[in-house]
Design a protein around this ligand. Sequence first.
Ligand code: GAR
Length: 210
Amino acid sequence: PKRIAVFISGFGSNLQALIDACQRQAIDGEIVLVASNQAKAFGLTRAAEAGIDTAVVDKSDYSDRDSYDVALAELIDDYTVDLIVLAGFMRILSPAFVARFSGKLLNIHPSLLPNYPGLHTHQRALENGDNEHGCSIHFVTSELDGGPVILQAKVPIFAEDTVQLVAQRVNQQELAIYPLVVKWFCQDRLLMKDGQVWLDDHLLGPAGYA
Ligand code: GAR
C-alpha cells in the first residue's frame, strides 16, 4: 500500500472520505500522517479517532514560509510518504516544497478550474450568475490552483441558491471524486509528466474531463 499524508486546515470531510475509503480497502493506501496548520481543525479529531498520527505545524513558530515548508518537508520525510493529499489545506506551498514533491501532490479545489482559483469560489460563481459550478482535483504545481486537472465534478446552480447550499452540493461531489483519484494514484495509474496528466497511459486534455 502507498503511504499517504493528508494536509488539512479545518473540518476534514474530505479527509474522512479518504480515511473511510482506505479502511474499506477501496484505496490501496494507508494514511500515515495528518498534518494541520490549525490546532483546532476538527479533522485532527477525525484522524486521532482513526488511529492516525497527527501533527500541527503552526505558522507562528516559523519566521517565514520557506522555514515553515522545510519543517513540513522534514515531517514528510520522517514518514517516507508516497503521496501528499491537500484536503482543505488553506496555505500556499512554496515553490521549493512543490518542486520537491512534484508529481506526488494532489489538491482539491471547490470550482471548475480554471475558473475561480483562490478563495470564495462559491460566492464568486453565484455573483457571476453561473448556472454550473463544481470541484476539481489537480496535481499541484507552483502556479496557485493552476496545476493540471485530473478530474472534475459539475453541479448545477439554481436561481434561489445560497453560498451554503452550493457549498454543500459541491462538497458532496468532492467526497465522491477525491477517493477515486487517490485510488488511481495508489494503483500507479496516474502520472504527471511535463506538466500534463496521464491516466492509464492516456494523456488527459487540458481541462481534464467531467
Ligand atoms: C473543500 O471544499 C475544499 O475543496 C476546499 O476546502 C474545503 C475543505 O473541506 N479547499 C480549498 O478551498 C483549497 N483552497 P473539508 O475540510 O471538510 O474537507
